[in-house]
Design a protein around this ligand. Sequence first.
Ligand code: GLU
Length: 294
Amino acid sequence: MSFRRGTLAATFTVAALVLSACGGDDNDTPEPDVADAPEFEEGTTMARLAEAGTIRVGTKFDQPGFGLENLEGELEGFDVEVAKIIAGALGIAPEDIEWVEAPSAVREEVLENDDVDMVVATYTINDARKERISFAGPYYEAGQQIMVAEDDDTITGPESFTENPDATVCTVTGSTPSEQIREYLADPGQLVLFDEYSQCADALRNGQVDAVTTDNVILLGFVAESDGAFKLVGEQFTEEPYGIGITKGDVEFCEFINETLRDNEDAYEEAWAATAGQVEGTETPKLPEFDACA
Ligand code: GLU
């Protein structure tokens, strides 16, 4: 399976790229329970999806530990496993999920355009996004941090960008980190924006930028893949509760997702252990308390 990595968010808007999952996993990821002919109230999203026998899930394809296309062309990661747990409760097997690449900047749009049924993509719940979509969860709590080259001892946290106006930092268009880092910059020109975090990691490796900023758990995935080339510095300086994006106002679907996660805490912990939990520096999370569905 090959697909093009976007250089423009618009590429993804026009034609969200679709990757079909190929059957069973060949690694240690748990097999989710798949409900046998579950019944749902007529007219609900759950009834529609269960009847269709498929669900379109927007996720990342380039983030180790959360949503990454592996060498066999299959997706792996914690978000991918969380989506499989929810699909399973709808009676939909992993191989019947349609995966749609959803870079940060298009996540609201793919839901508004009905290109996907849900987005599970390291997606921070916040009020601006809630004006356009709704969130189930949170199912995980991350925080923004900074990643630099292993031999860099000049950047030690976000304040380093205030103190050194020549230092550049890369993140992704449409992400919360791209907004939150601005207050630390001496000059807006210090911020370098790409569509995907793997592009920032490449830019750091090539010396085109001095740092990358996003959620700690995403950065830890890139550190683990870097063969000692990258490290994290400073403490986390924001809170990033991850939600599952759904169509605005679909309270029943939100409640169904929350209930499913609550009923599958063991599967949730196993999913973590088999994916993001493999990365050094991570701890198995407890399912956080959910927000009210709205
Ligand atoms: N959690 C943050 C966000 O939703 C950063 C990670 C991402 O861009 O996916 O914007």
